[in-house]
Design a protein around this ligand. Structure first.
Ligand SMILES: [Zn+2]
Length: 212
């Protein structure tokens, strides 16, 4: 019960991907603290991804608030003014117990489908403080996502090249909730019923991560 109460006070930071103002999205930023490697702030994402990510984030926020959690969102509309470094810094500054980045995938092969969860690769000085917890959160999220949607399980994937992970000081995961390039999955991702399933999975996984 004490663990439940402590978890209930926790803040979860939701980061719906993309939606950056184009003139900002083209700017460059270092992929991690002190790095000379630069990446653009927002390549724009898969076709149709931005509103789907935002809709799922809003539904997830409602479910988390109903469970008694506090929620911060990096953006709640389009024309976001930051990059991925800013998204991470926002979640760091909010004192989040978990950062959930919400995306949908795209492929040149329209037959590719399924859900995956990305987690930070281990890199000393960048992610060593969040690697283990992020991995644990990622495994929980992926399992809940697959169970809730019945989508193909593409697994948990470690990534060292994502700016939004390398600047994070709080456990961080990125869910690829399906492929916008797959007609069937894109149709599902735009539907209320499927968005509710995904949001339910994210809220349940966050709760399971926090009560331990
Ligand atoms: Zn994306």
């Amino acid at each position: 019960m004490l663990a439940e109460l402590a978890a209930a006070a926790a803040l979860i930071c939701l980061d719906p991907g993309h939606g950056t103002a184009p003139e900002i999205g083209r700017e460059l930023e270092p992929i991690g603290p002190g790095s000379k490697r630069l990446k653009i702030k927002d390549p724009g994402g898969a076709a149709g991804e931005e509103p789907v990510a935002l809709a799922i984030a809003r539904r997830t926020r409602a479910l988390l608030l109903a469970r008694g959690y506090r929620v911060a969102m990096t953006r709640d509309r389009t024309a976001y003014r930051g990059g991925n470094r800013e998204r991470a810094r926002f979640c760091n500054a909010s004192g989040a117990a978990l950062m959930i980045r919400i995306h949908a995938d795209g492929s040149s092969d329209s037959s590719v489908h399924g859900v995956s969860t990305l987690v930070p690769a281990l890199r000393r000085g960048w992610t060593d403080d969040i690697h283990g917890a992020s991995r644990r959160a990622g495994e929980l999220l992926q399992r809940e996502l697959v169970n809730a949607t019945g989508a193909r399980d593409l697994g948990v994937v470690e990534r060292g090249d994502l700016t939004g992970f390398n600047w994070a000081d709080v456990p961080a995961v990125l869910v690829e909730t399906g492929f916008m390039s797959n007609p069937r999955e894109a149709r599902l991702l735009r539907s209320d019923a499927y968005q509710r399933k995904v949001a339910g999975a994210l809220a349940r996984a966050a709760h399971r991560f926090l009560i331990r």
